[in-house]
Design a protein around this ligand. Structure first.
Ligand code: NAP
Length: 323
């Protein structure tokens, strides 16, 4: 597994990180808990060291499953990344979403962060978090106050590194005005490349690690999604035009043109999509979600390969011709 430095910290992470959003079940039409735990353990056995989770994934469930999966493993070999700022027990803050009968609020106030970290530590069964990330930015709390609290947590040893997710360059600049920011987690994959214009160059210049999310386009870039795929009630992909039969067919047609590249590197399409992501300049780590051990084993080889510049250019030409 390729490993990389997390920003300017002393933390090394696998270039393929395990995502646990779907394992929480919320937004993904449910989960199988035993299969999820087996999936996390399989990913670790394959050499993945970074696990990304969040309280909001299954209202605490995903963090608990990570806690179960890592029990008995040497803690210092793991990089546990979780998030803060989406809460469902208060009406204070900024409305984020209404899911499974609960109001989710964005709230990054210092007192809330204090409360939330203790909940996450308990669910994860650990006494420190390697990377603590603000999940969605909260317009009702000044960033300086949020960052001040995160820095205090770092000084106390409860967290080792500070990250942001779904943040603009201007927001990252506000964090940086208060202290060192170690990581940023934006959406990035072959179909969502906007961050190449601003966030990626900014993070490279500032030595901020970039952890891409939805690296497989929520499964669409695996190449194995059938145009007839039916998404269950509660799956965020249901009714989303990107997952319509025509759209899946169009993406699959583009992916089919990568066949010679897949053959050259001996990768399947999901693995090639991951290798593409971690080969892009400025990307530290590709986060990929799985539901079970089979998917965890299937994606692992994608974290062991770097594509050369000629291949990246060849893929860019195919993408441009397919858009
Ligand atoms: N910070 C944020 O706001 C944010 C937002 C989104 C995600 N994330 C993080 O990033 C992680 C990754 O993103 P993501 O989970 O949204 O999407 P993703 O990694 O692009 O796609 C994950 C989905 O792809 C399918 N899949 C996985 N391996 C496969 C394989 N080998 N072959 C075929 N299909 C496969 C599975 O869904 P099916 O089996 O159902 O098809 C899986 O749930 C998340 O888990 C989470 O940790 C963060």
């Amino acid at each position: 597994m390729i490993t990389r430095q997390l920003g300017q910290t002393a933390i090394m992470v696998s270039a393929l990180g395990l995502g646990t959003w779907a394992m929480g079940g919320t937004w993904w039409g449910g989960t199988d808990e035993a299969e999820a735990v087996a999936g996390i353990q399989r990913a670790l056995d394959e050499g993945v060291t970074l696990i990304d989770t969040a309280p909001a994934y299954g209202f605490g469930l995903a963090e608990e499953l990570v806690g179960q999966a890592i029990r008995g493993r040497e803690r210092s070999t793991l990089v546990i990344a979780t998030k803060v700022g989406l809460v469902w027990h208060t009406e204070e803050g900024h409305h984020h979403a209404h899911v499974d009968g609960r109001h989710i609020m964005r709230n990054l106030r210092p007192l809330m962060i204090r409360h939330e970290i203790e909940q996450s530590l308990r669910r994860l069964g650990t006494d420190y978090i390697d990377l603590y990330q603000t999940h969605w930015q909260d317009p009702t709390t000044p960033i300086a106050e949020t960052m001040g609290e995160l820095l205090r947590l770092r000084d106390e040893g409860k967290i080792r590194a500070i990250g942001v997710s779904n943040a603009s360059v201007a927001q990252m600049q506000e964090y940086l005005a208060v202290g060192r920011l170690d990581a940023c987690q934006p959406k990035y994959n072959m179909l969502d490349r906007d961050i190449e214009n601003d966030i990626l160059p900014f993070c490279r210049a500032q030595q901020i690690a970039v952890l891409s999310y939805s690296s497989l386009g929520m499964g669409l870039l695996s190449g194995s999604m059938s145009p007839d795929r039916q998404f269950p009630e509660g799956d965020v992909r249901r009714g989303n035009p990107r997952f319509s039969p025509e759209s899946i067919r169009r993406v699959n047609a583009m992916l089919a043109r990568f066949a010679p590249i897949r053959d050259r590197y001996r990768l399947d399409q999901a693995q090639l999509s991951i290798a593409w992501t971690i080969s892009r300049p400025g990307v530290t780590c590709a986060l990929v979600g799985v539901r079970n051990a089979q998917q965890a084993a299937a994606i692992a080889p994608g974290g062991r390969v770097m594509l050369n510049e000629d291949t990246l250019a060849e893929m860019d030409r195919i993408m441009a011709a397919s858009s």
